[in-house]
Write a protein of this length. Sequence first.
Length: 416
Amino acid sequence: MARLAFKLSARKVETLKEKGRYSDGAGLYLRIADGGRRSWVFRYLRPSGGQTELGFGPAKGAGKDGLTLADARLRAEEARALLRRGIDPATERKAAETAGQTFGEFADSYLESIRAGFKGKNAVADWKRDLEVRCKPLRPKALADIATNDVLAVLSPIWLTIPRTARETRSRIERVLSAARAKGLRSGENPALWRGNLKELLPKAPKSKRHHKAAPYEDVPGIVRELRTKHSGADTAVNLAAEYIILTAVRTGEARFMRAREINFDDKLWTIPAERMKTEDHPEGRPHEVPLCARAIAILRAVMPKGLDPDAYVFAGQWSKDHTKPLGHNAVLHALKSVYPAITTHGCRSSFRDWAGDETHFPREVAEMALAHKVGDEVEQAYRRGTALKKRRELMEAWDRYVESEANVIQLRAQQ
């Protein structure tokens, strides 16, 4: 083998001071940067194509510690040996550095890298719960060592008891391991893959649709009447918030986190930002416009102080006089249950939907759009450009008239 044309000497390396790049031959360079920073770099052509360079670390100089010329030449020869075998030295180094990385370490860094893309307020918390609690047996294991049986050990105990959570956990494990493979930290098939893998090993989980307790719509006017009676006696915003949610048929979270800037009093319209909408039901990336009836407007004016900051919450927490904190998570639910125990806040939406179907002639799709549900298949959604705002406004005003007129005369029915 021909001897490499070494161009530098140990003495020259220690005495060079001028900023620049000095070649020793065969891809090895001494680099001197601003401030006299000295380092060794190896330039080479990758097996996959394209020229790049690999840093070897600081270079020894006058009075400075670092790699000597001999050390740098030895590392350069090791890199050339890898290249002769078709291996990229940079890839090999990265694999060596991360060979012992655990599932827990990588999962935490992966979650941090994707959290900016989450829309829901609780998405990060849900991911952390699954990756830290559900996946606790996986966390100390090296990424490269995780097999199907390891994933089964996490999923099997919860697969039939909490199937929805189990499915979400499996999906998140699959994403973490797919990302690890993309970064070269794993090889082979993903052990959390569903089709052709876990699907054949786990029992079929029953799909149960959760039904929220709802009051018959005939009882809603009585519920509203009781809420108003409680408010007149205690003057608490939570009772008005509960009535507002009933009148607008929105989800509790959408009302709790409503900010003053979302309300247009002139147009009698509330625009909920897309990121606060439930994405599996609502068309992705689209805000939801809620037409406001006269009573809903009156409630907003009652709870919003004059000159309220545009970013302030409309329905403030009990001790938040400056409206910088929203109502508590269960505050509205407790207000409703105090007058009608057999109900949930989500059940109010069911009461509205039953009333619209039984007592009005509004088309089904108008009622569904009022609830911010997707209407039709993907093709129909693609061609449905409008939001039927005018028709939805007529529907919500009819709902207001029903609740308002009956609330003035109907007492709450005795409950079983």
